[in-house]
Design a protein around this ligand. Structure first.
Ligand SMILES: [Zn+2]
Ligand SMILES: [Zn+2]
Length: 212
């Protein structure tokens, strides 16, 4: 499997390009900005982008949806509970004195348990609301993309509309802490980590936190 991480936009979102090495079928997770740079890699590697998936619809994760969809014909996938968040991306960006490009509506809504396939890649959708209502994580064999739900040493902020810390921690406990310790975690911002490291050291998740 091909896995490329790009850090895009002013809020330094991790955009991930995943592709099947043989068929070149690809999925792009959180194309938040820098569409030209993402498309350059797509062309350089000869990838056929089947899906764009937003782990959630905050403006920093969706800004390159429009251009990449137009250039590649990929389908845009999102959890339905973030449809309104997607429509509000420009006004949410303005709160940070930033701008973004309006995204087209999702082609298809995904929910808990759905599988997104491209070649040999199959990403299982895990609904982890709490940072945003439609927040999802995407699990593959031995790896999980956690958007802004789980970071190395932290969890997503819960002070945006629709946010709730106990909901977020409940989803993380059910869907992420049930994965094996070796599972590699690729978050929406910052460095990658493992489920085992987070289980032991994340102040929101370890035994001393009192949250779980
Ligand atoms: Zn976010
Ligand atoms: Zn973010």
């Amino acid at each position: 499997m091909i896995l490329v991480r790009l850090v895009v936009g002013p809020l330094q979102v991790n955009c991930y390009i995943l592709a099947d090495e043989k068929t070149k079928d690809a999925v792009i997770i959180d194309p938040g900005d820098d569409a030209d740079e993402i498309l350059r890699i797509v062309r350089e590697k000869g990838l056929k982008v089947k899906y764009l998936v937003n782990t959630h619809a905050h403006f920093d994760h969706v800004g390159a949806n429009k251009k990449i969809k137009e250039e590649t014909g990929a389908q845009l996938l999102l959890h339905e509970k973030d449809a309104v968040v997607l429509r509000n991306a420009i006004s949410h960006a303005a709160v940070f004195n930033l701008t973004t490009t309006a995204s087209p509506e999702a082609d298809r809504y995904v929910q808990q348990g759905d599988v997104i396939s491209a070649g040999e890649i199959s990403l299982r959708v895990l609904h982890t609301p709490g940072h945003s209502p439609g927040g999802i994580c995407l699990a593959e064999h031995g790896i999980v993309f956690t958007g802004d739900s789980l970071f190395a040493g932290s969890v997503g902020r819960t002070d945006f509309p629709g946010g709730d810390l106990m909901t977020l921690l409940g989803g993380i406990k059910m869907h992420l802490l049930s994965l094996s310790d070796e599972t590699r975690v690729f978050p929406g911002h910052g460095p990658d980590t493992t489920i085992g490291d987070e289980r032991r050291e994340n102040p929101f998740l370890n035994a001393e936190s009192g949250f779980l």
